[in-house]
Design a protein around this ligand. Structure first.
Ligand SMILES: Cc1cc2nc3c(=O)[nH]c(=O)nc-3n(C[C@H](O)[C@H](O)[C@H](O)COP(=O)(O)O)c2cc1C
Length: 254
């Protein structure tokens, strides 16, 4: 088994790492950004693939990764995992449907609630104690699911049903369609930028660069929110106009 993931602020990385280690202590996890990820997938028959839900969809970067490497999935047994702040509908189903087209066999789906990562929108922001409790609850759920799988070999099917598909489609995807069907060109960098380059080094898409001592953004943002959440000057916004909270998994774990 191997865990393959995209994670912006660390929530998804934490969840897949915990889950995979409980199911198979010898298994490892690898980011879709890693140069060895394709060969690691080829070497393993069982894959857990995880990503943050974006508007009840999978990040375009993950979709792109799966499709670009379409010939590696045939016959693989895949469990799709998504983390979400509140509601995902068929966040796992979106990935499952694409993988099935490439010949993968979907064995399960897990949708785990974690703190919100959208630092420039206050809609889903919670007090830090609440976010810490969300992480604890997620850990308990992951432990329970892993135990169930080990004891019964029955995998959860969260987000994979027809009803979940309708919930994701009508609950969010139809309204936010244009946000997830390509990369985002909405990254804004204010004059507060000091050109430290942290954002450039963190970007999974090489979408940021330093020009004349300031960060500049291109139009290939994966909306992972890593840059916004680590900028020491809070100079970056993506979907909103102001940074309300810089979110990171490490802030919420005890
Ligand atoms: C662009 C964007 C869209 C999101 N859309 C949703 C959503 O539709 N439903 C939801 O519950 N959470 C949504 N979230 C929250 C993230 O899915 C959630 O915080 C996730 O755990 C972040 O994982 P990460 O730390 O691995 O990036 C969204 C986050 C971002 C950045």
């Amino acid at each position: 088994m191997i865990g393959v993931y995209l994670s912006g602020t660390g929530n998804t990385k934490h969840c897949i790492e915990k889950f995979v280690s409980l199911i198979d202590p010898t298994a490892s996890i690898i980011s879709v950004e890693d140069k060895d990820v394709v060969s690691k997938i080829r070497e393993n028959d069982e894959i857990v693939i995880a990503y943050p839900t974006q508007f009840s969809n999978m990040p375009y970067m993950v979709r792109d990764f799966i499709n670009k490497n379409g010939n590696i999935w045939a016959g693989k047994k895949v469990l799709c995992m998504t983390t979400m702040a509140l509601f995902s509908g068929d966040g796992t189903g979106c990935c499952a449907r694409v993988l099935k087209k490439h010949g993968a066999k979907i064995i399960g789906g897990m949708q785990i609630i974690m703190p919100d990562s959208i630092g420039d929108n206050k809609l889903l922001k919670k007090p830090i104690e609440t976010s810490k409790q969300m992480v604890k609850n997620a850990d308990i759920r992951i432990e329970e699911i892993a135990k169930q799988i080990k004891e019964t070999k029955i995998y959860p099917q969260e987000g994979l049903s027809f009803w979940a598909h309708l919930a994701g489609l009508f609950g969010q995807r139809l309204w936010f369609y244009n946000k997830t069907t390509g990369y985002c060109d909405k990254v804004k960098i204010s004059d507060a930028c000091i050109g430290c380059g942290l954002c450039v080094r963190s970007c999974p898409m090489n979408n940021l660069a330093i020009n004349d001592g300031k960060a500049t953004a291109s139009d290939k943002c994966a909306m992972c929110y890593r840059c916004l959440n680590i900028c020491p000057k809070q100079a970056i916004t993506i979907l909103g106009k102001q940074v309300y909270e810089q979110c990171r998994y490490e802030k919420y774990k005890d």
